[in-house]
Design a protein around this ligand. Structure first.
Ligand SMILES: Cc1ncc(COP(=O)(O)O)c(C=O)c1O
Length: 379
């Protein structure tokens, strides 16, 4: 069976040139980057080259890039690194939103359990976090605002620039989880006005288990893990050289391909939507329709069916649903629920996300399979 992979927001395949670039660091360049001998220096050179590549993609300086084990750790470092110091006095306040990935929601709840005040600002019906809502949540003791750049499920892009402008006017630093935007749209930190930004390697054709946090050097971040002084003292532990090299290569690749791949992904996404609508009509709803959205993501709700049942009928197609079934109970996606999407619509939601290796033929075939399965279920 030839799989059609439309789940690039979950993870991407590793690009062959990225795999090739990391292989020498799994074999001959095995030195510890902290060692001063030649093998150590070769590993360190690989890491520093990668740091420059990540920095170039974000328009940052090299010393502002901290390598981590992924997007989750980058987010934890940003949130806990800013707020753990307030735990003894229970004074600080964190603002985030109710549509964040669990990699933000859970560290925020952890801080809340430790006595930090946390406000989860609500997104509107279109899945957008309104800058005014952030402004209204600001307090004199707010230490950090964290708003994702684009949502992983709906692809809705948040007004980060406006949010960071108003936070800057109030002297509050801004973090953004850019795991879903890096490599798909521009993510230049100065243009966005953010002080910290998280990246996940496996969303940009590098392996799982590597990421980075951009930290503006004016931000007084503290490490969350305790150990040696790696990564500017912010992330101890011997560096994962091969994966860091891969992340660097990935950043260079996506930087070069950005405009062209964005246009191509948008064309494929729109083709898929129009093929589906040709048969299903306007009853096929688009989540976050009136918002700015990622070029590669289509979050659609099929009328009268459950997304999981639809996908179960199409083993050839790899995609995600807007609800998950745990022990016989259907749990609606917290993001869709937060947007006020009804349980029926959330249950009928399927997220289709395209990427570099998606072809027009695959899109046409996926549309045909989805329409066939939908017709069979509603009949
Ligand atoms: C928006 C967002 N943030 C964070 C993460 C977590 O990244 P990682 O899997 O590298 O820990 C993901 C991945 O699913 C994501 O989509």
């Amino acid at each position: 069976m030839q799989q059609i992979y439309l789940d690039y927001n979950a993870t991407t395949p590793i690009a062959p040139s990225i795999q090739e670039a990391m292989l020498p660091y799994l074999s001959e360049h095995y030195g510890n980057p902290s060692s001063t001998h030649s093998l150590g220096r070769a590993a360190l050179a690989g890491i520093e080259d990668a740091r420059g590549r990540v920095a170039a993609l974000l328009g940052a300086d090299r010393d502002e890039i901290i390598f981590t084990s992924g997007g989750t750790e980058a987010n934890n470092l940003a949130l806990q690194g800013m707020l753990l110091r307030d735990v003894p006095t229970k004074t600080g306040h964190l603002i985030t939103t109710d549509i964040e990935h669990p990699a933000i929601i859970e560290p925020a709840k952890h801080l809340q359990r430790l006595g930090i005040a946390v406000t989860f600002v609500k997104a509107n019906r279109q899945g957008v976090v309104e800058p005014e809502a952030i402004e209204a949540a600001l307090r004199p003791d707010t230490r950090l605002v964290s708003v994702m750049h684009a949502n992983n499920e709906t692809g809705v892009i948040q007004p980060i620039r406006q949010i960071s402008e108003l936070c800057r006017a109030n002297n509050v630093p801004v973090h953004t989880d850019a795991a879903q935007t890096v490599g798909k749209i521009r993510t230049m930190v100065q243009e966005m006005g953010v002080d910290m930004l998280s990246i996940a390697g496996h969303k940009i054709y590098a392996p799982k288990g590597v990421g980075a946090l951009y930290v503006n050097r004016s931000i007084p971040l503290e490490p969350v893990l305790q150990g040696a002084g790696h990564e500017n003292g912010l992330r101890p532990g011997t560096e994962n050289t091969p994966y860091i090299v891969a992340l660097g290569q990935a950043c260079s690749l996506v930087r070069k391909a950005l405009d062209e791949s964005g246009d191509r992904m948008a064309m494929l996404r729109d083709r898929l939507l129009s093929r589906l609508r040709e048969e299903i009509g306007p009853r096929l709803g688009l989540n976050g329709q009136k918002s700015e959205r990622l070029p590669n993501t289509l979050s659609v709700n099929f009328p009268g069916v459950v997304g999981a049942d639809l996908l179960a009928r199409i083993p050839e197609l790899c995609a995600s649903t807007g609800s998950a079934c745990h022990s016989g109970m259907t749990r609606v996606s917290p993001t869709l629920a937060a947007m006020g999407v009804t349980p029926e619509i959330a249950q009928g939601t399927v997220r289709l996300s395209v990427g570099w290796y998606t072809s027009e033929e695959q899109i046409d075939r996926a549309a045909e399979l989805l329409i066939g399965a939908w017709e069979a279920l509603v009949d």
